[in-house]
Design a protein around this ligand. Structure first.
Ligand code: NAD
Ligand code: DAU
Length: 333
């Protein structure tokens, strides 16, 4: 059956990867609703067939616009957010507007139109783990967010849960670990270091570089979301992860090696305030209940392909690079 999907934030990193995945693997039609903030880029949706994908430029907090779009679709996948921790430390306000009020606006429309709603969230809502802790996050780990960004994502998750229980909205939630792959903004860790090397600048590692992130390819995130949208139980939360824990130092050294540089050719810079130490996802529920499996099981190969993508797509990332580095320079990063 051909569905009509509304994908919020579909011009951002993970949202655009999802739109590409849907076009490749289903017959669905996708309407993207995106405000095209600094993080949104129309070019990430270029070359997709115009009879399968259309872009509406607008704000998820615009209730009239959202209401009209919900009336036209069968289901909604909600990626739109302010997504960068460093920005949230600098200016939290847009995070409240989009992540909290924007999600509230969408939930009210889902309620009015009785539409299937999938909310994209993050493992950061659970706070962090010690480096030597054998535990990983599960669906029952208590919420304990650290940053303005993660606290607004936690707030949005709680709104979704309340709208399911109080108003019967047909929603599911997924909390995913760190994504890598094509179309990621150069403000984020992996693209920043790849594009630094491409520009002849040394990569920048916050603090000691011992912080651990649990990496998953964005295409695996997309297949998991599609699985939950189609088979997930209403009201449930599913954690998405691909057993990809690595320290930041290890990732920087790998990028440098894959790009033909000395593995130690990076700089340590001022640490991020409140920097979460380690994230780790136990995705047993998603795998055992819904049969999902990641396809990208070789991080080095996925990273090498991502490096190639940035090498070949300077037109896509070049215009953002100067502004991003100017922002980081004000913080000595
Ligand atoms: P991104 O910053 O690359 O993209 C966000 C998109 O949302 C952009 O296209 C932007 O223009 C759009 N947007 C922002 N505010 C909007 C508004 N008010 N109305 C409409 N559109 C708006 O972010 P991303 O990394 O692709 O993350 C997407 C989602 O996935 C977020 O909800 C994030 O919390 C979640 N997530 C991200 C990761 C990760 O590793 N990047 C991991 C887990 C979960
Ligand atoms: O865990 C999921 C989250 O992953 C998502 O919810 C967020 O939207 C996404 O941005 C990401 O958050 P992080 O803060 O983990 O990602 P970031 O790319 O900003 O940083 C990854 C790690 O690398 C983190 O420990 C900080 C560090 N870092 C980052 C930058 C930009 C550096 O050491 N140097 C850098 O230049």
């Amino acid at each position: 059956m051909t569905r009509k999907l509304l994908v919020t934030g579909g011009a951002g990193f993970i949202g655009s990867n999802f739109v590409h995945h849907v076009v490749a693997h289903t017959d669905d039609h996708v309407t993207v609703l995106d405000k095209l903030t600094y993080a949104g880029n129309k070019a990430s949706l270029a070359h997709l067939p115009s009879d399968r994908v259309n872009l509406v430029e607008g704000d998820i907090a615009d209730a009239d616009l959202v209401d009209g779009l919900f009336a036209q679709v069968d289901a909604v996948v909600h990626y739109a957010a302010e997504s960068h921790n460093d920005n949230s430390l600098h200016d939290p306000r847009p995070f409240l507007d989009t992540n909290i009020i924007g999600t509230y606006t969408l939930l009210e429309a889902a309620r009015r139109h009785d539409r299937r709603f999938h909310h994209i969230s993050t493992d950061e809502v659970y706070g962090d783990l010690e480096l030597d802790d054998p535990a990983r996050f599960t669906e029952s780990t208590p919420y304990n967010p650290s940053s303005p960004y993660s606290s607004t994502k936690a707030g949005s998750d709680l709104l979704v849960r309340a709208w399911v229980r109080s108003f019967g909205v047909q929603a599911t939630i997924s909390n995913c670990s760190n994504n890598y792959g094509p179309f990621q903004h150069v403000e984020k860790f992996i693209p920043r270091q790849i594009t630094n090397v491409l520009r002849g600048t040394r990569p920048k590692l916050y603090g000691k570089g011992e912080n651990v992130r649990d990496w998953i390819h964005a295409d695996d995130h997309s297949s998991a979301v599609l699985t939950i949208l189609e088979q997930g139980r209403i009201g449930e939360t599913y954690l998405i992860g691909a057993d990809g824990e690595r320290s930041n130092q290890n990732v920087v050294e790998l990028i440098l090696t894959l790009m033909g540089q000395d593995a130690d050719a990076y700089d340590h810079v001022t640490d991020r305030a409140g920097h979460d130490l380690r994230y780790a996802i136990d995705s047993t529920k998603l795998r055992s209940e819904l049969g999902w499996r990641p396809q990208y099981d070789n991080f080095e190969a996925g990273l090498a392909a991502t490096i190639d993508w940035y090498r070949q797509n300077e037109d896509w990332w070049g215009p953002s690079k100067v502004g991003v580095e100017a922002f980081y320079a004000t913080k000595r990063q």
